[in-house]
Each structure stands twice: as C-alpha cells, then as structure tokens.
Design a protein around this ligand. Structure first.
Ligand code: PMT
Length: 403
C-alpha cells in the first residue's frame, strides 16, 4: 500500500442513527484502505441501523456503544477514546447528536468522547432537509463550527424520506478531502491559485480533432493538493474523464483559445499559477462546418499556431508566482531552463515523459524542479498526488521568499 496522509492515523468514527449509517461501513473500509486505524463508536440510534458486529468485522477492532458497559468500566472509555485518537469523524451526524455537541451534553458515549477530546473533530451532518435547514440545527452547526469543529456541508438531492433538498451524506471523496485537510498544513491559506490541466482539443470538423495523451491526472492532483493546503483554487481543465476535486472551482474548456481566454481573465486575481495542461501548439487552420468526406478530400492539413498562454502570463505577470511544466523526452534540463527563461517563470517542472510510469496518463511521475534562482531538485518516482505535494513544498518556499 502506498503511503497516504492517513497512514498510521488513529481515527474514531462516530456513527449516529440516520439511514445514512449504512454508508459508514464504506467509510470504515476506505479509511482502513488508506492505512488508518479505525475505532467505531456507535450511538444507540446508529446501532438500530447497522449492527455493531458489522463495524467490528470491518474495522477489525472493538466497537464501543454504551457509556456504562460494565466490562469496560475500568478503562474509563470516554476519556481514553478521546485521548487515544488523532481525529474524531462523526458520519453520519444526526440533528440530535449535533444538538448534544452544541450544548456540551455528555449523556451518551459519543457526545462524552467529543466533549473530552482535544483532537480535531469533523462532523458530517445527514438528515431530512427540513431538519437540516431548521434554525435550531443551523444555530447548532454555527456553534460547533465556532468550537473549531470542521463541518462538512451535506449534499442536496432526493432523500430516503422522498423529500429533496440539503441533508444527504456527501460522497466519500468529499469526506476524505475534509479529513485529509485536517492533517495537512494550511500553508496556502489565503492564497488564490489557478491550475490548468488536461489536453486541449482542436476541432477539424464536427467529429474530428487534434489533441494529445494528457489525462488530466497531474493537473487534478495539483488542484486537490492546493485545496488541501488551504488554497482557493480555480481549475481550468481541458476535456478529461476525471472526477473534479471537492471544493475547487472547475472551468471546463475545450480548445487552446478557450483556455487562453479562461486563464487570462482570471490571472490578475491570482497569487499562484501552475500551468500543467498540455496545450496544443497548433490547430487546424479551418474547422469545417460539416463532417469532411473522404471522397475528393484534400489530404493536406493546414495548421495555425495557437498563442502560448504561459508566455502571455509571463509577459503580464506582476507579483504572481508562475510555474510551468515542460514535457520532455530528451535534453530535459536544458529545455526546461530555456522555457523557464523564455516564459519568465519562477519555477519549471521538467517532466520526463519517457516510460510508462512517468508523464502522460500514468498514476506516477518523475520530475525535476528548476527555480529561477537556478536551484535544481530531482524528485524520485512518486504518485502524482505526492508529486503535487512536493511541487507545492517548493512553491511555498518561493512564496516565503517574497512574491
Ligand atoms: O495529464 P497527465 O496524463 O497526468 O500528464 C501530465 C503531463 C505530462 C501533461 C504534465 O505533467 C506536463 O508535463 N504538462 C506540460 C505539457 C506541455 O505541454 O509541455 P510543453 O513543454 O509543450 O509546454 C511548456 C509549458 O507551456 C507548459 O506549462 C504548457 O502548459 C505551456 N503552454 C504550451 C503551449 C501553449 N500554447 N500554451 C502554454 O501555456
């Protein structure tokens, strides 16, 4: 298993009496897959929906329920559970349990543990939308947020009670982002970042286009890493089949010209820009309005040059930190340094694109970071998520040196 932000973390999962309790089974499995140790505390309501036996089997650990279970009395469970964990995640959290947290009640094991804890608490409300939007619940959520608890906004949609509105337990990817964020230094807090990702498509006719092999994985990993570190992120993405990271503003574009427009219109408001997208340097000089026929076709393709977006940013740049990528198959460093200078960048990520484990489409990457000051840092083969974090370690150092 590859190391993740959760490897070795001890997480206490509180499960309350909501129909979404069945989703807590997957939460236990997913947390453990990422290397976390999970202890489940289930309320009496939660135990009506999912048997503690199920949680015991999934977590491979004792499940706690009652405040006064006699066989545990000597261990003072509410204190020891609070003390022994790196995080408490309450998912699903009902209106009743949130109200208990808000007034500091300790009349069941979960609320007593939360009251006694000094580790981070993440709360994922899940309930009927009228219960969720009721002023009492909203006041309680504001209160627990003021205590420093991290409240994850529920999804909207059709619920088990056949009503529609906010109150559904969010998808696992959203819960995971909230959990990982708590364990991630917030060193990009207050910064606005623009990340580009994926390929561009340059149409030839309504069904054909020129493009490249970029999957978007590297750019999406960068956007997620920046969000986890507290940044406010705009992701300008070419066509990709990836789920966009939670809490990131996604702007979808198709062509290099559309990407140019989206990037330039946001640039002045940004603190940091990372241009990871594989932008087509050329487009067909003309896009036929109807599908081209092969009979009697002119087999030569006339191309027109696309504007270099990164170069335009380099010319316009004021205080922004500007990071480019260079996808290279030979003379990596020389080409990287040339692009860094020519495009007025603060850093370039030189991407070795030869081999199946690095560059386009792979889940891993091998890059060398070259800064304007001439520092060169060669990274080992890492997952794209780890590569993204390592890139932001350097970016944060550059920001620290003054933007
Ligand atoms: O998406 P994946 O499958 O995960 O693959 C990731 C990746 C290999 C695409 C990525 O890591 C990468 O290397 N991206 C840069 C690809 C590229 O276009 O490199 P380049 O050397 O051609 O361009 C240099 C820089 O100029 C890049 O930052 C590029 O975004 C930018 N550029 C290029 C052309 C253009 N018209 N406008 C630009 O802004």
């Amino acid at each position: 298993m590859l190391a993740s932000a959760l490897t070795g973390k001890k997480i206490l999962l509180g499960v309350c009496g909501s129909i979404a309790a069945y989703k807590a089974c997957d939460i236990v499995r997913n947390l453990r897959k990422l290397g976390a140790e999970v202890t489940v505390v289930v309320t009496s309501g939660g135990a009506r929906f999912v048997s503690p036996l199920t949680f015991a089997a999934l977590s491979a650990a004792k499940v706690y329920g009652g405040m006064f279970d006699e066989q545990d009395a000597h261990t003072i469970p509410h204190i020891n559970l609070a003390r022994d964990h790196d995080m408490i995640l309450v998912a699903p959290a009902t209106a009743q349990t949130i109200a208990r947290f808000a007034v500091g009640m300790a009349d069941d094991l979960l609320s007593a543990v939360v009251l006694a804890a000094d580790c981070p608490v993440v709360v994922c409300p899940a309930m009927n939308s009228k219960m969720f939007t009721h002023p009492a619940t909203q006041v309680n959520l504001t209160k627990i947020a003021a205590f420093g608890y991290h409240v994850v906004q529920p999804d909207s949609g059709l619920m088990a009670c056949k009503e529609e509105g906010p109150g559904r337990l969010p998808e696992w990817s959203v819960i995971l982002s909230a959990v990982e964020k708590v364990f991630t230094p917030q060193d990009l807090a207050g910064k606005r970042l623009l990340i580009t990702a994926g390929p561009t498509e340059e149409p030839l006719d309504p069904v054909r286009y020129l493009s490249n092999r970029s999957s978007g994985k590297m750019g999406y990993a960068l956007a997620r890493a920046a969000m986890l570190r507290g940044g406010e992120v705009v992701l300008v993405s070419g066509p990709c089949n990836l789920e966009p990271p939670a809490n990131v503003e996604l702007i979808q574009v198709r062509t290099a010209q559309e990407m140019y427009g989206a990037v330039l219109s946001h640039f002045d408001d940004m603190d940091i820009v990372v241009k990871c997208a594989a932008v087509s340097d050329f487009r067909p000089a003309r896009c036929a309005p109807e599908k081209l026929k092969k009979e009697g076709a002119d087999v030569r393709l006339e191309l027109a040059a696309n504007r270099d977006i990164l170069r335009a940013l380099g010319e316009r740049k004021k205080s922004q930190i500007l990071v480019g990528f260079a996808a290279e198959s030979e003379n990596h460093l020389e080409e990287g340094k040339r692009k860094l200078a020519a495009k007025n960048l603060d850093m370039i990520v030189v991407n070795d694109i030869q081999g199946e484990t690095t560059g386009f489409q792979s889940d891993t990457n091998k890059v060398t970071l070259v800064t304007r000051g001439g520092e060169i840092k060669e990274l080992e083969l890492l997952t794209k998520e780890q590569t993204a974090m390592a890139i932001f370690d350097e970016v944060v150092a550059l920001v620290g040196g003054g933007m």
